[in-house]
Design a protein around this ligand. Structure first.
Ligand code: 13P
Ligand code: SF4
Length: 305
């Protein structure tokens, strides 16, 4: 079968089996082309709450599928690749945060959405990279415990000097591995390019960027900019999608190492198997976890606008 034939088969079967395909923007181009909706974590969460289909296939990582399940518990939610976790989401557990909360009882606990459903049960509000500054800025409490990403947390703290933001040592191993030297090399190779980076990168890189934002933020900025060349400081799929969408512009990965193996573990054939009903992993969450963890997602959607 050709790629096009596999895609046509997926489109035919998903209609027949009432499956909605959601894809994070880090999915490969052949998957994005068959998805009903593609976006960053925030857009996916908002969309997930409105999906009319009985079955949802989440092409992304586990915490994204868990978010869909929490927002639509009556639906059958499938994660496209059972091995697709997000290492950052699993860095901290509930017991650790409960212990810290005892010491910092007057802090509001803000969880990056890249956390497990279990961890969300002990947090007050979720944020995504596109909504973090807005939401933390609107929280009444000055004292914020921001988990788990210390790089995103430092970015938020830099924007909100009126807040007292406590950070822990967590983060995305893929983005945090990009070095200042990578950025200097990329800028030397492409002196006319604007550098667009995800706030999961280390502060030294964020401070060198022309634009800092979520995956969708980076895509929209590059599409709408009058510039012709861009260094892309997030997972390399984004450079690829942009190159397809804007053939008259040039996109260079900030580092060839910006590859999330978890996101990349889903293939087009996995998507075909999932819509056929024999692939992926169905997500199950108990009702107590859903009701406790969902509160901070609902709050995020309410505050994120
Ligand atoms: P976005 O919120 O930009 O979609 O990012 C999710 C993610 O996992 C980034 O590494
Ligand atoms: Fe998690 Fe980083 Fe992969 Fe995003 S890029 S899913 S934060 S490991």
């Amino acid at each position: 079968m050709t790629v096009r034939e596999v895609q046509d088969e997926i489109i035919r079967i998903k209609k027949e089996n009432d499956v909605c395909i959601l894809a994070h923007s880090y999915m490969s181009h052949d998957i994005v082309e068959v998805a009903d909706f593609t976006g960053d974590s925030y857009a996916l969460s908002k969309f997930a709450a409105t999906v009319p289909n009985k079955n949802v296939l989440m092409c992304g990582v586990r915490f994204m599928a868990e978010t869909v399940k929490m927002l639509s518990p009556e639906k059958r939610v499938i994660l496209s690749s059972p091995i697709a976790g997000c290492p950052m989401a699993e860095q901290m557990d509930k017991e650790l945060i409960e212990g810290i909360k005892e010491k910092y009882s007057d802090y509001t606990v803000v969880a990056y959405i890249n956390t497990t459903a279990e961890l969300k049960t002990v947090c007050d509000v979720c944020v995504t990279s596109s909504s973090a500054v807005k939401i933390v800025g609107e929280i009444e409490n000055k004292n914020i415990l921001f988990i788990p990403d210390c790089n995103l947390g430092a970015y938020v703290a830099g924007k909100l000097s009126n807040k007292n933001i406590k950070l822990l040592q967590g983060g995305c191993p893929v983005h945090a591995a990009v070095t200042k030297r990578d950025a200097e090399t990329a800028k030397k190779l492409h002196p006319n390019a604007e550098m667009l980076v995800h706030p999961e990168c280390i502060p030294a890189i964020v401070s060198m960027a022309d634009y800092v934002g979520s995956t969708s933020g980076i895509i929209n900025y590059a599409k709408n900019s009058g510039g012709k060349e861009f260094i892309i400081g997030t997972e390399n799929s984004i450079s690829e999608h942009l190159q397809y969408e804007c053939p008259d512009k040039s996109f260079y990965p900030l580092s060839q190492g910006l590859i999330c193996r978890n996101m990349k573990s889903t293939t087009l054939i996995d998507v075909l198997n999932c819509v056929r009903g024999n692939g992926g992993e169905e997500i199950f969450l108990d009702s107590e976890t859903i009701s406790k963890a969902r509160k901070c997602i609902d709050k995020m959607i309410e505050m994120g606008g």
